[in-house]
Structures are given as structure tokens and as C-alpha cells.
Design a protein around this ligand. Sequence first.
Ligand code: BT5
Length: 268
Amino acid sequence: MPTTIKVDKLQEGLKTKLFGKYIFFSHEVDSTNNWAKKLAEVDAPDGTVAIAETQTAGRGRLNRKWYSPKGGLWFSVILRPSFKPSETVKLVFLASLAVAETLRELYRLKAETKWPNDVLVGGRKVCGVLCETKTVGEKVEYVVLGIGVNANFNVDKELPKELRETATSLENVLGRKVALEELFKALLEKMEWLHQVLLKEGFTPILEKWKGYATFLGCEVEVFIGGEGEKLEGTALDIDTDGALILRLKDGSIRRVFVGDLSLKIRR
Ligand code: BT5
């Protein structure tokens, strides 16, 4: 089968100690998050990565479909942090910050972070993060941090019509293909660096950098809770240290919204 990822290049020159020490590659899986969970269940160590060229059942939050055509970067990292379950949300911020910074550094793109788990370029989603946790009591056994970057494909050809207005890819914005192996390694290096910052200095520096790329703060937004459920409208004021969005509602009251089954629409 022809491959778009040069497997032998995935670890070549990789400057990490933990992230990507063990890498499992497949041409096609259902979901790299599912695969990584299976690997975690058989004791794959901290930092192990599962990566695939395509996913037949790529997932977003609440089992929403994540389209994963060939040419994208679809991978999941297993982490075994000594966090409380409620703290694992920090890893979502860490991952989306890593993607935004890497896209800025490698391709000079004005990548933005959008609460809770997206990276945007030109106001369109180029990356989504899916963090799944296995807990036993109050202990986190492992976290699977799934990252999907729309890279080397044209969204008008590969994604369904309803996503063409809201999604983009690196190929669409750069007008060329990128080296997936280079992007992958730069991302793992950035994640490991930010992970060290998180362990040594706590969440504040991560959150502050993340907020620095979050242009939706100060904007009018709509937050949808529970899919078809409640809709809140207001101004996105801030993100607090629990990762919650602070909203000022139309009546002037303040509401904290926790990361969960939520989506946020920015009114530009
Ligand atoms: C996410 O969910 O954004 C998390 C996506 C995580 C994907 C990675 S790929 C590697 C790993 N393995 C997996 O199975 N998943 C992870 P959410 O915020 O729920 O957004 C999902 C929504 O994004 C969908 O309902 C669509 O509206 C939209 N969408 C689907 N595919 C897309 C794509 N390729 N690009 C942009 N938007 C997409």
C-alpha cells in the first residue's frame, strides 16, 4: 500500500525523552484513541504514541464523527499523569497550545486557540483534540490525548459539504503539502516541553500562553450545552484555572461553563 507517512522518519532526530519513545504506526485503524486505549490496557508506557494514515471511525467528543482522510495527521499519546481526574482538562489546553505554537513556528500561520479543544486558522477549524481518561476511584490510570490536524488534503474534496465553511487544512491555507513527519516530531517536542512546564511551574503559564492565542476572548459568543440543549449567549470574558469559560450573560450575570459537552460559536 503506498504510504503518505514515511514511517522510518517518524523517530529520526526526534529530540524527546518521553513523548514518542515508542511509536505504533498503522495505515488504517478505526480510531487512534481506541488503539491507544488498548495499548494502555496492556501497560504501554507513558508517552507511547499510536498514529495512523486514516481512521475509519475517527471520533470527536460525544462520539461525534471526525473525518480522517489520508493526508491528515491523526495520532494519540498515552500519558500516565499523577493528576486528579478533574485536572486532566489541562492536557487539552496543553495539546491545543502545542498545535497552535507549532503551526505558527513551522509555517508562520496565525493559528488561534478556541475553547475548549480547537485550533483555528483564518477562523476555521484545522485541528481538534480529544482527551479520554481512565480513572480508578480518584486515581487517573491513563489519559489518551488524541490530536487530529487537517494537513495534506483539500477540504473541498475530502470533507462533507456541511464542514466546508467551518473547516480548513494546512494544504488549503498554505497552498502546498507539508512534511507530515516533520510536523509530527515538532508537535511531540512542543508537547514534551509544555508538559515539563506544566510539571515544574503548574498550569498558569500554559493557560496564559493559550489565552494569548485565543482571539475569541472579549467577543460575543453562543455556547451550546448538551448538543440540542441549552444555549447561552454572552461575552467570553476569560478562562479560569479550572479551564472553565467565564461568560457575561446578557442580563449582566456571570456564568462559569465547564468543559464538557459544549460547543462555542464566535460572532465576528
Ligand atoms: C474534536 O471533537 O474536535 C476532537 C477531534 C479529535 C480527532 C483526533 S484524530 C486522532 C484521535 N483519534 C480519534 O478518533 N480522535 C482523535 P469535537 O469538538 O466534538 O468536534 C467534532 C466536530 O468537528 C464534528 O461534529 C464536525 O462538526 C467537525 N469535524 C469533523 N471532522 C472534521 C475535520 N476533519 N476537520 C474539521 N472539523 C471536523
